[in-house]
Write a protein that binds this ligand. Structure first.
Ligand code: TRP
Ligand code: MN
Length: 458
């Protein structure tokens, strides 16, 4: 195999990348990005790998979530904070029920590029390039917006830097303190059954803390109560962007992607000789691999050999996105092949992308029940094969959107039009996300029973 450089992917076939009409503008943007500060540091990647190695050993659980696609129009504190608080809520529910540490990873601060099934879109006889995410072009249906614009690479960097700055403050600056667990519920969730259930759990946690403190435990000296580790991730789709943000770790002499802690390889770009695999094999980050129902055991093993030749603990997260109807057939052969090859990746379930349907009134949507079914199928497959179900990957927002059907709110087709705001795929809203966490908590607790799992209030 030829040697790797940050640009060796350019010798390989690159799917899903835009053709920029303005080649000079692209080079200028890449040069500028190369000169900017890294968004994350290599020591943080090492820490995430240690955390994920503990997940792979069955000692912790991974929770990954955020928008399908972030948008340049979502600015200010609210969108980021609302996603962060719902991830905190889900994490606390799972941590409590399963008595198991939860590693928190956002699909955030860089999730801007989208793979598309068609190069173009035709509306009313007019054909334009497809929308590929705000890092590439605009969603509006006109020729100017749809032309790939290299300046967007720089906007994506600035937007990511601002988002990450806020996330670091929220994670470390007091907001995530367990003593403030009552403050994480969004107003629209507070009065719902999920909100009430969460209040009850929050009450138990507050009581436990007060009890421990009355016994002489000094909370001020326990930094782990006051902050969380929060990591970022996105799909490594836009290789011009990732290449320009590749940096050298002075300590190890190895390259790392400085755009996020974890980068994943998409279902559409996991071609073994393709450009995306070539780029990812050379960087030191945590690598996710999305696996759809067509992934063959041999494909998965070839990807593991290419992306993780030295079997580094915590390096790989395999993210199965099979669909609720297919997971029972499609996942077990992969679990067996990977196990029998002596590999120990984290196994994660994305119950969103295999369950997308079109509603009677034309919205791209997903059913809460199908999502839950796929999660149950994931746990069942692992129970059968004796492997560990290590994590979940969701498209969600803390906001009160109406994009997925079902759940306790019983959103139907008619409700979708009310607040359908996603830039791409339908997300669980704050209430649906919390409801799902409560339902999954039971499944996780029984999968881990005997390891200190607790029952939750009904
Ligand atoms: N730091 C611990 C953890 O991340 C405990 C904790 C603090 C926590 N704030 C939290 C857990 C918010 C979940 C949610 O697990
Ligand atoms: Mn999506």
């Amino acid at each position: 195999m030829q040697s790797w450089t940050p640009f060796s992917w350019r010798r390989h076939k690159a799917l899903q990348l835009p053709a920029y009409p303005d080649a000079q503008g692209l080079q200028g943007a890449e040069a500028r990005l190369s000169s900017l500060a890294p968004l994350i540091f290599p020591g943080e990647i090492t820490q995430l790998k240690e955390r994920l190695a503990s997940v792979a050993r069955g000692e912790a659980f991974l929770l990954q979530g955020g928008d399908c696609a972030e948008s340049f129009d979502e600015v200010g504190q609210m969108p980021v904070e609302s996603t962060f608080r719902v991830i905190l809520q889900m994490a606390v529910v799972l941590t409590y029920a399963a008595a198991c540490p939860v590693i928190k990873v956002g699909r955030i601060a860089g999730q801007f590029a989208k793979p598309r099934s068609s190069e173009t879109e035709t509306v009313g006889g007019v054909t334009l390039p497809s929308y590929r995410g705000d890092i590439i072009n605009g969603a509006e249906f006109n020729a100017a917006a749809r032309a790939p614009d290299p300046q967007r690479l720089l906007t994506a960097y600035s937007h990511s830097a601002a988002t990450l700055n806020l996330l670091r403050a929220l994670a470390q600056g007091g907001f995530a303190d367990l003593h403030r667990v009552h403050g994480w519920t969004a107003d629209f969730v507070r009065r719902s059954p999920q909100g009430e259930k969460f209040e009850e759990l929050a009450g138990r946690i507050t009581q436990s803390l007060a009890f421990m403190e009355a016994c002489g435990f000094d909370a001020a000296r326990a930094p782990q109560l006051h902050a969380v580790e929060f990591y970022t991730s996105h799909e490594a789709l836009h290789l011009h962007y990732e290449e320009a943000l590749t940096r050298l770790d002075e300590q190890t002499g190895r390259a790392y992607g400085a755009s996020a802690h974890m980068l994943w390889l998409g279902e559409r770009t996991r071609v073994i000789e393709g450009a995306h695999v070539e780029y990812l094999r050379g960087i030191d980050n945590v690598i996710g691999i999305k696996l759809g129902p067509s992934a063959a055991p041999a494909d998965v093993l070839a990807l593991l050999d290419r992306l993780d030749p030295d079997q580094q603990p915590g390096r790989i997260v395999l993210i199965a996105r099979m669909g609720s109807g297919k997971i029972h057939e499609a996942l077990p052969p992969l679990l067996r092949a990977v196990r029998d090859a002596g590999r120990k990746p984290v196994w994660c379930c994305d119950p969103m992308h295999g369950n997308t349907v079109t509603s009677s009134n034309g919205y791209k949507t997903r059913d809460f029940g199908r999502i839950l079914d796929e999660v149950r199928g994931f746990f069942a497959a692992h129970a059968k094969e004796g492997t560990y179900p290590g994590g979940l990957h969701f498209e969600l927002t803390g906001q009160d959107v109406t994009e997925c059907r079902g759940g306790a709110q019983a959103l139907g087709d008619d409700a979708l039009a009310e607040r359908y705001r996603t830039a791409c795929d339908p997300r669980l809203n704050g209430s649906q996300s919390l409801e799902l966490a409560f339902l999954i908590a039971g499944v996780l607790a029984s999968a881990r029973s005997g390891k200190g799992a607790r029952t939750l209030p009904d």
